[in-house]
Ligand binder design. Structure first.
Ligand SMILES: *Cc1c(COP(=O)(O)O)cnc(C)c1O
Length: 398
């Protein structure tokens, strides 16, 4: 396996010694010609797999016309994509940025600005949940609130109050006349695919309405078809005031978006926010195509069918190897498999079997195949998981 020592890169990542040269659909190919099954999708980014012909075509077509003009000028493709996103969601206004953390940063800014413009500038604090992950910029990091990410980066940005996961009473108690809103992931991703308890989002909506504060959703990982609907909140019949999207939206092209109601979006008047790259024509062209494909009812139905198959097969693995896997959680193709042995060991063995997955917190293995994954690919991935589980359970028994 070819791999060079990264002498001039910040050593901020722990990387597997695997590299890829080509991707096609659900597979990735190394320079040596080894073919891997990709059940990580670049951490829920390659929603349509690798080299989807329609995305390649959209990118190439746009690349021949225009790459970048900046937001000093009208970019019709932004209107188009914003129209599309609003059609598919609660939103009336959209701002385009380049990543999840930027979408969260703007969500926080918009919430503060909303209260500022409504004559309640003291309402500037956001309540978040333990186990959250909202990104790595200073604001998003403070919202994330996890010591392991914050250590050494003090002073921490002020304005966040964190409460235990899934505890409604704790939220009620945390709301004060300084609270601007509540920010949650419908399903926590990084902390191990932890869905909010049933009815919890509904209760948050009621609390927000009662107190005149905003509901902010981080759908950076759950959005764009990942859970079987365009956005995960749709399954709960609850609408937020602000929503952050990114990962799957560009299918591999960097883009983020902050979606908001008309009331919130309209407070972001000229000068309040900006992004040099945000809404770049290349990103718009690709994301429009991604949304077109993903929002088709038949596509989403297929995601739900694929999910049923994967969940069922994984449940069988849990029954067969209780000393290796203990629980499955998630929705759609955002699946978390609770491991008994260290997830690092499971991942390393899966690499040997040429199956790529993603670790999450609390010893969870994330299965995030492209939304285009076939039944045969699901069965093949489960077969490889089975082989690894068999070896691991033998090791436990020995
Ligand atoms: C990945 C992620 C982010 C951060 O997105 P970046 O594009 O890495 O900045 C924020 N929130 C959630 C829920 C995520 O999964």
């Amino acid at each position: 396996m070819t791999s060079q020592a990264a002498l001039h890169l910040f050593p901020s990542y722990v990387r597997a010694p695997i590299q890829f040269e080509l991707g096609h659909g659900c597979t990735l190919v190394t320079p040596d010609g080894d073919v891997y099954l990709d059940f990580g999708s670049g951490v829920a980014v390659n929603a349509l797999g690798h080299s989807h012909p329609r995305l390649v075509q959209a990118l190439q077509r746009q690349a021949e016309k225009l790459w970048h003009v900046s937001n000093l000028y009208t970019i019709p493709a932004q209107d188009l994509l914003a129209d599309q996103l609003c059609e598919l969601s609660f939103a009336d206004r959209v701002f385009f940025c380049n990543s999840g953390t930027e979408a969260i940063e703007l969500s926080i800014k918009a919430a503060r600005r909303y209260h500022h413009c409504s004559g309640a500038p003291r309402r500037n604090r956001i309540i978040t949940l333990e186990g959250a992950f909202h990104g790595r910029t200073l604001g998003s990091l403070a919202a994330t609130g996890q010591e392991k990410y914050l250590e050494g980066f003090e002073p921490r940005v002020d304005g966040f109050d964190q409460v235990p996961f899934g505890d409604l009473l704790a939220i009620e108690e945390a709301i004060t006349d300084l609270t601007a809103g509540i920010l949650v992931e419908p399903i926590q991703g990084e902390s191990g695919i932890r869905p909010l308890p049933p009815g919890y989002l509904h209760a948050l909506r009621s609390l927000c309405d009662f107190h005149g504060i905003l509901l902010l959703l981080d759908e950076v990982q759950t959005g764009i078809g990942r859970t079987g609907s365009v956005f995960a909140y749709a399954a709960e019949d609850v609408t937020p005031d602000i929503l952050a999207a990114a990962k799957g939206l560009g299918g591999g092209f960097p883009i983020g978006a902050c979606l908001a109601t008309g009331a919130v979006g309209s407070v972001m008047q000229p000068g309040t926010h900006g992004s040099t790259f945000g809404g770049n024509p290349l990103a718009m062209a690709v994301a429009t195509e991604v949304l077109d494909i993903i929002s088709a009812p038949a596509f989403l139905e297929r995601v739900r069918d694929a999910s049923l198959r994967l969940m069922l097969r994984v449940d069988e693995l849990i029954s067969k190897y209780p000393t290796v896997f203990s629980e499955v959680r998630g929705a759609g193709l955002l699946v978390g498999l609770q491991c008994v042995p260290p997830v690092r060991d499971v991942l390393a063995m899966l690499h040997d079997h040429k199956l790529l997955c993603v670790p999450a917190g609390n010893n969870v293995l994330r299965l995030l195949p492209p939304l285009t994954v076939t039944d045969a690919e699901i069965d093949e991935a489960v077969l490889r998981l089975d082989r690894v589980a068999e070896r691991l359970s033998d090791a436990v028994a020995a």
